[in-house]
Design a protein around this ligand. Structure first.
Ligand code: SAM
Length: 271
């Protein structure tokens, strides 16, 4: 069964504000794979589970037409409201029922979304809509985060990890696919030509308030908030205080870097 997320499980506003687009090195893994597989001409890319569109935008420069799809009307509404590109459109639909003709798509992506899908039904759709010799790239960031600021990176990373671990108690079981770095997603790929890359490192600059916003954008934080609003808000307030005290600064607009490690599963359809 697909996990049909209610719009309340993600806060589209937090998404729009605090989620960052696919990192540079992750993009480079995907586009190098497309080059290797000679995906040209590059007509249509479909970004499934596109959320508020940050991931969809990075495809715009590489494809004639890009369609972002998501099951959440609120996410698609937020995507439509955001500044975008003329060749990008959005559509509300489940990943397991893509509104594209057989053999019509050059690339399917899902950034930090595939773990929510009904995997066998989604993979069947991927196989149906892709043209022969065309590709799919399913990526996520792993649970391996770090936080960097001057000489206190180690302590900040510990605080970040403690908060992340507390939130994990509220994670849906589908998040286990992320913890396992998409091993099962890889194993369910229907194509013989596949590849899984798990050591993709990037550093994302953001403010301390941005780090707190990133936590707020996680579905597991939204679950905690629904279960115990006071405790959830207090956890993030305390986390912010601890960050600022450790850094010896007062402003939550102070810039830090968040280190992320992404995993990406790639596949190329046969003839
Ligand atoms: C973690 S967000 C990722 C959004 C975006 N790709 C990004 O990188 O910021 C996961 C998204 O998957 C969507 N989603 C979950 N289950 C889905 C399904 N079965 N079909 C389509 N979208 C789904 C959610 O609504 C949510 O917007």
């Amino acid at each position: 069964m697909a996990v049909h997320l209610l719009d309340t499980q993600y806060d589209a506003d937090s998404y729009q504000k605090y989620r960052f687009p696919p990192s540079e090195n992750l993009q480079s893994v995907i586009f190098s794979y497309l080059e290797e597989k000679k995906v040209d001409p590059v007509r249509l890319a479909v970004d499934v589970g596109c959320g508020s569109g940050q991931s969809t935008h990075v495809l715009a420069a590489h494809f004639e037409k890009v369609v972002g799809t998501d099951i959440s009307e609120a996410q698609i509404e937020a995507a439509k409201q955001a500044a975008s590109f003329p060749n990008v459109t959005y559509h509300v639909c489940p990943a397991e029922e893509l509104p594209f003709a057989d053999g019509s798509v050059d690339l399917i992506t899902a950034f930090t979304a595939a773990h929510w899908f009904d995997m066998p039904r989604f993979m069947k759709e991927v196989d149906r809509v892709l043209k022969p010799h065309r590709c799919v790239a399913l990526s996520t960031y792993t649970a391996d985060f770090s936080m960097h600021y001057k000489d206190c990176s180690e302590r900040l990373t510990e605080i970040f990890t403690e908060t992340h671990d507390q939130l994990l108690k509220y994670a849906d079981e589908k998040v286990n696919l992320v913890i396992a770095e998409y091993k099962e997603v890889f194993e369910s790929m229907p194509f013989p030509d596949t590849k899984r890359v798990t050591q993709i490192f990037d550093k994302i600059p953001m403010s301390v308030s941005g780090v707190i916003g990133l936590f707020q954008s996680f579905s597991m934080y939204q679950a905690f908030l629904r279960s115990d609003p006071e405790a959830a808000k207090s956890l993030l307030q305390k986390t912010e205080q601890r960050f600022l005290e450790t850094m010896g600064v007062c402003s939550n607009e102070t810039q830090v870097e968040i280190g992320i490690r992404s995993a990406c599963v790639l596949g190329c359809k046969g003839p």
